[in-house]
Design a protein around this ligand. Structure first.
Ligand code: NAD
Length: 307
């Protein structure tokens, strides 16, 4: 299958490597000049569970020619719209577009550029990191849950699920993936923003009684807004899920900490707590914790001068 990975950061590189090794024709699309040059000149270096160098074509999105069978979107949320504009000419009538970004609201953006019948939405708990331009850290296992946005396109969604499974990516076609997308967003909306603001690990945040109170309030806000939007969410189940991950991931700094504190990069806050707060405003619900977390993260971005 001819696959473009649109956004070849940590996750895009991981998926690119696995799908290419499974025999697919994969091209990475990215705009980070140093990363492109490193991969073009020396190949993509993989570290972690395995050490190897993989030869994969990489180019800027505006340079790619020819329609893909599948595009996998792996930009950061704030880069999504620009990426969709840049690849518009190579998304044909038969091109399926799969979104596995964290956060809420992406389907509405993608629908501006891709027919609904070709869109697949999903969520993944695979992880990856970038050690620098051209070097990806791949450790551990994960899963993917996905669904065709247009329910009549289930067969097409199942075909893509098989392609992902052929690459060992543990994908499941889910007949109601939206609650899983919200559940993951809630994990990110508690741990990411809290640890980035307080400059602490997940374990440190959850060991604090006061930190835990903030976490519980954020979960409550996510669940209240999700339910008001008609998403099938259960506060106790989500709380248990978040707590379980906080134990397993206790020593780690979440990705927003890495982005904001360690690398001084913009965050996905507007697609997590910020998205919940915006939805809440439209629904007439009050979400003071999500609002404050969003404002504080933006303040920190301002202080670091990265707007
Ligand atoms: P990433 O930050 O590694 O890459 C995103 C984009 O930013 C890429 O285009 C990349 O080239 C560019 N980029 C990265 N570092 C850069 C730098 N120093 N300078 C300039 N450009 C740089 O993003 P990711 O971690 O692959 O995440 C993509 C999406 O997947 C996000 O929505 C994220 O929340 C989600 N996600 C990530 C993980 C994870 O473990 N990383 C897991 C699940 C979901």
């Amino acid at each position: 299958m001819k696959i473009y990975i649109a956004g070849a950061g940590a996750m895009g590189c991981r998926f690119g490597v696995q799908l290419s090794e499974a025999g697919n024709d994969v091209t990475l699309l990215d705009n980070w000049e140093a990363h492109i040059q490193a991969i073009q000149q020396e190949g993509l270096k993989v570290v972690g569970d395995e050490e190897k160098t993989v030869q994969l074509p990489i180019m800027k999105p505006v340079e790619v020619e020819g329609e893909a069978d599948l595009v996998i979107l792996f930009t950061k949320a704030m880069q999504l719209k620009q990426m969709l504009q840049d690849i518009e000419t190579v998304v044909g009538e038969q091109t399926r577009v799969l979104c596995l970004l964290n956060g809420l609201g992406h389907a509405d953006v993608i629908k501006e550029y891709v027919p609904e019948s070709n869109i697949l939405m999903g969520v993944t708990v695979w992880t990856a990191g970038l050690k620098g331009p051209g070097t990806v850290l791949m450790q551990g296992n994960g899963t993917i849950n996905l669904q065709s946005l247009d329910a009549s396109q289930e067969a097409s969604g199942r075909e893509i699920t098989d392609v992902l499974n052929g690459a060992g990516l543990n994908a499941t076609y889910d007949t109601d993936v939206v609650p899983s997308i919200w559940r993951k967003a809630c994990v990110n909306g508690t741990m990411n923003s809290g640890c980035a603001l307080l400059d602490c690990t997940i374990g440190e945040l959850f060991a604090s009684e006061s930190g835990l109170k903030i976490v519980r309030e954020i979960i409550h806000e996510f669940v209240s807004v999700g339910i008001a939007e008609g998403v099938d969410l259960n506060e106790e189940e989500i709380t248990n899920y978040v707590m379980d991950i906080s134990v397993k991931a206790a020593p780690h700094y979440p990705s927003m900490h890495q982005d904001l504190v360690q690398n001084r990069r913009l965050t996905e806050i507007d697609y997590l707590n910020g998205a919940v707060n915006e939805k809440a405003k439209r629904l007439g619900i009050s979400t003071p914790y999500c609002q404050m977390m969003t404002q504080l993260i933006h303040t920190k971005e301002d202080i670091f001068g990265i707007n």
